[in-house]
Design a protein around this ligand. Structure first.
Ligand code: NAD
Ligand code: TDX
Length: 342
């Protein structure tokens, strides 16, 4: 089998490639990635030399890039490539439209042209909007995206659905909750807080810190994606979550404890505009159909994650240098500091 994985140099994609090569050692992989600020060849340095792995640099929104890299004998496309950070989509949505919408249509067209057996779109719970204190997202929840990022991922889902319905393309959509683990770029909550705390820098929590996210350790997610790809039904949507809801404040307090750093590092700052209050996934469908269960608890996954960042200082220093410093200053330099309400 030959798999075309897009966005494999990013956080989830690189963890998935490492996982997949272990689980399916006979399989050939093409990793197709534009290497944006979020794509980092160092994330896959350990597999780069293997004979069944090939890297191609290219942009999913450019048909000529995709068609020249997509060998005729590819069986499966898994699309991890995306602009993935909500705050950047608020600052400038243009790249999100190009990659997350145009790029997905380019891949769908290429999949049809080449007669690919299955197209898997990696989506997100954010397409379903924000929950109140009660209730859960399921595969039947309406799409109600609130940020430019979420809107672009919802649009992509609609294009995937249309390719299935109109052209009979074999497609699957997978929506997960917030992933965390090794190799995550430190713009996202958990790696940003760990790397700041390691350097005794302030930990900027948006608003009251009581927004809730549903966390899943990346390796657990990779196993779920594997089960869905190999055994899932064409045209279906699958929601993956580990039943692990935490407020942002709970997340930060957990990692402060693991790092043995003081609570005084916490700084409440001006909220994210349009900040979704709560995400929570009901993963019953995936549990029922595949018998999948997460292997890590939030505590064990966080302990592994903190340990990974502590023991990969050169990786941390490299990704936090150069353009990252400008990004950080732009994103956090002007945020008002708030007095905590609790
Ligand atoms: P990431 O930002 O770490 O990685 C994205 C990768 O895509 C990078 O390697 C980047 O270089 C590549 N890329 C970006 N634009 C591209 C383009 N035009 N052509 C080719 N490659 C391009 O993202 P991630 O956190 O690993 O997320 C992977 C996927 O999972 C995304 O589709 C995201 O929407 C989805 N997702 C992520 C989470 C999460 O918690 N991280 C949760 C749910 C869904
Ligand atoms: O500095 C911060 N302070 C803070 O309080 C950052 C970066 C985030 N937050 C809050 C905002 C959210 O409530 O933490 C929570 C998590 O934020 P992010 O890590 O930016 O993730 P989120 O906005 O929930 O989106 C993530 O999950 C779904 C991923 O970035 C998406 O790619 C995925 O689709």
């Amino acid at each position: 089998m030959k798999v075309f994985i897009t966005g494999g140099a990013g956080f989830i994609g690189s963890n998935f490639i490492r996982y997949w090569m272990r689980a399916h050692p006979q399989c050939e992989i093409i990793n197709f990635d534009k290497l944006t600020y979020a794509g980092n060849p160092a994330n896959l340095a350990d597999v780069a030399g293997q004979p069944n792995y090939r890297f191609v640099r290219g942009d999913i929104s450019r048909p000529e890039d995709v068609l020249s890299a997509l060998d005729p004998d590819v069986d499966l496309i898994i699309n991890f490539a995306a602009e993935s950070h909500v705050d950047r989509s608020i600052e400038n949505p243009a790249a999100f439209i190009r990659t997350n919408i145009t790029g997905v249509q380019v891949l769908l067209d290429a999949a049809r042209e080449r007669g690919i057996d299955r197209f898997v779109q990696i989506s997100t719970d954010e397409v379903m909007g924000s929950l109140g204190p009660e209730g859960y997202f399921t595969e039947e929840s309406p799409l109600q995206p609130n940020s430019p990022y979420a809107a672009s991922k919802a649009a992509a889902e609609m294009l995937v659905r249309a390719s299935h319905h109109t052209f009979g393309l074999d497609t699957i959509i997978i929506r997960s909750g917030n992933c965390y683990g090794p190799y995550q770029f430190p713009e996202k909550l958990i790696p940003l807080m760990i790397t700041n705390a390691m350097d005794d820098q302030p930990l900027p929590i948006y608003g009251d810190g009581l927004n809730v996210r549903d966390w899943i350790y990346v390796e657990d997610y990779c196993r779920a994606v594997d089960a869905i790809i190999t055994r899932g039904r064409s045209g279906e949507v699958y929601c993956v979550g580990a039943r692990s809801e935490k407020t942002n404040l709970e997340v930060v307090e957990t990692l402060l404890r693991l790092l043995n750093k003081p609570r005084s590092l916490i700084q409440f700052v001006e909220d994210r505009p349009g900040h979704d209050r709560r995400y929570a996934i009901d993963p019953s469908k995936v549990e029922r159909e595949f018998g999948w269960r997460p292997q890590e608890t939030f505590e064990s996954g966080m302990a592994k994650t903190v340990h990974w960042y502590q023991t990969h200082r050169p990786w941390v220093d490299a990704v936090r240098s150069g353009a990252y410093r400008e990004y950080y200053q732009r994103m956090y330099g002007h945020r008002k500091i708030l007095k905590p309400s609790h």
